[in-house]
Design a protein around this ligand. Structure first.
Ligand code: ASP
Ligand code: MG
Length: 417
């Protein structure tokens, strides 16, 4: 007998039939003698639809009311799923995040879980029920409803698994597991049997939508055994763990890409000490996350530098830079969109020279110019123009020996959250 947390994403419970299929899977585990805690997302596009609706009434809705609204999506799912389980002769009980004892910090729309008191969960499990918990939500000490950020149900699942010391946390989605790259771009993308927490964290942060980055952080921190698998097949999925075995000769585990990039360039900046601190200090004060930063050589006492921000922050970043002109003299600020950040990730890179060189070579042979580069111990990212991104990803996939012979089957639209 095991204690298992199962998490089902929005597309896995998107229709009544899918909901029934999920209920059947839960019943199978119960019949096999396991204790099951289930975390569910809102059905299909519910969260997006709720956001659209709210925007029609108020383009800038108060964050508190937004959380009040969005948490209803998951509540629908837990109630319906529980009913579907009862319909096939098993007992189940649904809980909101707060009923499940999930406490968060007092921040709307992207709260962190501070602690979990799983008493009611244990009581319901002991009574023989499957416990169905609404993902992506919690409550502050003051009793305010909060959400954990888009895609946050993964985090709920992993945090619950850690709190109840589950044997495994299974994340069910509409693909067979974690792939070497997006199978919609590269047909011969391979499903990975294993991946390390660190590699998964990089991929998730770099735009692979299969797992929420914070969920991976939690899993690593609490050493939760995590499996990503399909709700449509019985296939084994991908196991995310501390140390994953590298296939011989393979140093790159996966390739991620992120289209949510804008490049801001500040040209002709006085090259004085403290300039960078002033610019990035002002951006940080305005809540703008900066990713890659590149400074070019200094000429005649002036330097150019550029950095990337998310597309949403493009205008705001330019305004901030303009607002500090009196303090940091420069000639011009420009921005560029239509870019993609392509990244290769693999724990084996540290001990293998030439990995980055190969990436640059593949990209240059395709006639694509690299606008920015950044590296860490286990990843190399290049910012390029969006037009040729598919060719670049395919080229890299082949060059790093990641192609499989078979074409993959993808069950449906990729579960984006
Ligand atoms: N329903 C929420 C979202 O779409 C949370 C989740 O699905 O994980 O972001
Ligand atoms: Mg998801």
């Amino acid at each position: 007998m095991s204690l298992i947390v199962m998490k089902f994403g929005g597309s896995s419970v998107g229709t009544t039939e899918r909901m029934q299929r999920v209920a059947r899977r839960i019943a199978d585990y119960k019949e096999a003698g396991h204790k099951v805690v289930v975390v569910v997302s809102a059905m299909g596009d519910t969260t997006d639809d709720l956001i659209d609706q709210s925007k029609k009434l108020n383009p800038n809705p108060p964050a508190r009311e937004m959380d009040m609204l969005l948490t209803t999506g998951e509540q629908i799912s837990v109630a319906l799923l529980s009913m579907a389980i009862h319909a096939i002769g098993h007992s189940a009980v649904s809980f909101t995040g707060w009923q499940a004892g999930i406490r968060t910090e007092a921040v709307h729309s992207k709260a962190r879980i501070t602690d979990i008191t799983p008493d009611r969960i244990f009581a319901a499990l002991d009574a023989g029920s499957a416990v169905i918990v609404a993902g992506f939500q919690g409550m502050t000490l003051e009793g305010e409803i909060t959400t954990l950020g888009r895609g946050g149900s993964d985090t709920t699942a992993v945090a619950l698994a850690a709190a109840i010391k589950a044997d495994v946390c299974e994340i069910y989605t509409d693909v067979d597991g974690v792939y070497s790259t997006d199978p919609r771009v590269v047909k011969c993308a391979r499903k990975l049997d294993e991946i390390s927490y660190d590699e998964m964290l990089e991929l998730a942060n770099l735009g692979a939508a299969v797992l929420h980055p914070r969920a991976v952080e939690y899993a690593k921190h609490y050493n939760v055994r995590l499996v990503v698998r399909s709700s449509f097949t019985q296939n084994e999925g991908t196991s995310v763990k501390e140390e994953a075995v590298m296939e011989q000769g393979v140093v790159v585990r996966g390739i991620a890409f992120d289209k949510n990039v804008a490049r801001i360039s500040i040209l002709g900046v006085e090259d004085e000490p403290g300039v960078l601190a002033k610019v990035f200090g002002a951006l940080a004060d305005n809540g703008i996350d900066v990713d890659i930063i590149v400074q070019s050589g200094v000429q005649g006492g002036k330097a150019d530098f550029s950095f990337t921000v998310s597309l949403d922050d493009e205008e705001k970043a330019k305004q901030v830079v303009e607002s500090i002109r009196g303090n940091v003299p420069y000639r011009e600020v420009t921005s560029e969109v239509g870019l993609v950040k392509v990244s290769i990730v693999g724990a084996g890179m540290v001990s293998n020279p030439g990995v980055a060189a190969k990436m640059f070579d593949v990209i240059s042979k395709l006639g694509v110019s690299i606008k920015m580069v950044s590296t860490s111990e286990i990843k190399v990212s290049c910012v390029i123009a969006a037009e040729q991104v598919q060719d670049v990803i395919r080229g890299l996939h082949t060059a790093y020996g990641l192609d499989t012979a078979e074409q993959v089957f993808v069950g449906g639209p990729q579960d984006r959250r």
